[in-house]
Design a protein around this ligand. Sequence first.
Ligand SMILES: [Zn+2]
Ligand SMILES: [Zn+2]
Ligand SMILES: [Zn+2]
Length: 157
Amino acid sequence: MTDDTICPKCGAALAEVSETPTGRKLQRCSKNIWNKETRKSDGCDYVKWLEVPPQTLDEKCPKCGSALVLAVTRFGKKMKKCSQGGWDKVAKKATGCDYVEWINGTTENLEEKCPECGKPLVLFTTSSGKRMKKCSTAGWDRATKTATGCTYVEWLK
Ligand SMILES: [Zn+2]
Ligand SMILES: [Zn+2]
Ligand SMILES: [Zn+2]
């Protein structure tokens, strides 16, 4: 039995679970102290990444009809995939159903108006968790590869 609340590097207790903006969960060593001046951490640098269990969605796989799950990659990209999909580590190939749908970010309507054209703004969250306000008239013309509509964008911290 290993005690998973103890740092394997220095033996101190691990701090509480924290979450990154992209939804990944981690636990740092309690001896890890963030130094604001050097912008580096002092002390023990042990980080334990926690598995985020895939969330089962209320949607069915269009290929096989099984439930879809929401998965987050190591880089914080989100995708919906089939709960019947798997990965054979030995043969290095996918097993079961291979249905995957990448999620490219979400938009939410805002009450605010665009300062440039007066149309409503939307809150756009990218797949990596960055957020920006942009004009609801903004679009992308795939044929001419140019932005259409209003170009107002405000990135949020
Ligand atoms: Zn430690
Ligand atoms: Zn499927
Ligand atoms: Zn606008």
